[in-house]
Design a protein around this ligand. Structure first.
Ligand code: GLN
Length: 273
């Protein structure tokens, strides 16, 4: 079963074919990866074969494996994952790290996540700061429902809620001690060149950052400059080539202590001020 699956995935141009075949078989048969080794010679029940073949067909068509499995791990937490919101990415973990450095552990601070999507940034912050309260802002109602489900699953619903609407209509700027955001930042003309897994399966409103990719940053920075409280932090995820542009926007808007850091792949990924 595994050899057949890996061959199909490889023929479809999927680089980690063997690993993904294992994940899919384990998941569909309700096994741990280690069970595949222990029981590697056992017959696979017909129902599980069918489920595995159906999952393979989805992956061969370049549906992201996270959507097929229905969950993904981010910052050590398990998130429900489907087409309602951007799939949490390991690159964003460094943005969480920088935000956590700026959230005191011993005070009941307020954090907000603009364009929360799956809720992964917000949930990672709240899990690691048990005294913090949070608010996710999400204009896409499907994404907002996924964020609610993830907050509930992680036991955070009593400390977090979701504002269903655009950040332009959100009134909470002045209460937040830290605002984090991973807004859409891909330039519209570059959307076509994204991997099919991203282009056809992540929601377009989580990716498309307008003509130069910076439209959301301009909106957020303008609103933040007008309404955030003094001394509060604004922490952004950025595209690998946007550090200078976003830093300049922050500087022009009067922000101080502007700095940045790279993700594990060595790309500029977080900017804060
Ligand atoms: N990092 C994502 C990607 O390249 C883009 C996410 C975003 O636009 N915020 O797939």
């Amino acid at each position: 079963m595994l050899a057949e699956g890996a061959a199909q995935l490889q023929a479809a141009g999927i680089e980690t074919a063997r690993l993904e075949a294992r994940w899919l078989l384990a998941h569909m048969a309700g096994l741990q990866m280690s069970d595949l080794i222990m029981h590697g010679r056992d017959a696979v029940p017909t129902e599980d074969c069918k489920a595995f073949r159906a999952a393979l067909a989805r992956r061969v068509a370049h549906e992201p494996i996270q959507h097929i499995l229905g969950t993904t791990e981010f910052y050590g937490l398990e998130f429900l994952c489907d087409a309602r919101a951007l799939i949490p990415r390991p690159d964003s973990e460094c943005v969480v790290e920088e935000a956590l450095r700026r959230i005191p552990a011993d005070r009941p601070v307020q954090v907000a996540d603009l364009g929360t999507g799956s809720g992964c940034l917000l949930a990672a912050l709240l899990t690691n700061r048990p005294q913090a309260q949070g608010r996710g802002v999400e204009a896409n109602l499907a994404a907002a429902s996924l964020a609610q489900e993830n907050l509930a699953k992680l036991g955070l619903s009593d400390r977090a809620d979701i504002f269903e609407g655009s950040w332009a209509n959100w009134q909470g700027w002045g209460e937040a001690d830290l605002i984090i955001s991973n807004p859409p930042y891909i330039a519209s003309a570059e959307i076509d060149s994204l991997m099919p897994e991203v282009r056809a399966h992540d929601p377009m409103d989580a990716l498309d950052g307008g003509p130069d990719g910076l439209v959301s940053y301009r909106q957020i920075i303008r609103l933040a400059a007008a309404h955030m409280k003094r001394g509060a932090w604004l922490v952004f995820e950025i595209g690998h080539d946007q550090r200078e542009a976003v830093s300049t926007l922050l500087q022009e808007a009067g922000f101080a202590e502007i700095d940045s850091s790279k993700d594990l792949g060595g790309n500029d990924r977080a900017v804060w001020a």
